[in-house]
Design a protein around this ligand. Structure first.
Ligand code: SF4
Length: 71
């Protein structure tokens, strides 16, 4: 999500779309840790809880090394 700062690439964010089509980012860390706001004011440039989300396909390759070869 453009303009979200760190939240845009964090594994703990969830993209929410309202009935009117507005897009929000929810912080899933807020479920278990009150130090994190459920809907952080964006953009977030500094966050101790930030963890980069895996890129598409990265987890699959790590779980099954060598499976990307077809020979
Ligand atoms: S942990 Fe921090 S960077 Fe990640 S979604 Fe929550 S507020 Fe954003």
């Amino acid at each position: 999500m453009t303009g979200a700062g760190l939240c845009g690439s964090c594994r703990h964010q969830r993209r929410m779309v309202s009935d009117r089509g507005s897009v929000f980012l929810r912080c899933e860390r807020a479920r278990t840790d009150p130090a994190y706001p459920k809907y952080p004011p964006l953009p977030v440039w500094k966050c101790a809880g930030y963890e980069e989300a895996p890129r598409a396909g990265a987890e699959r390759s790590a779980e099954a090394p060598g499976n990307d070869s077809l020979d």
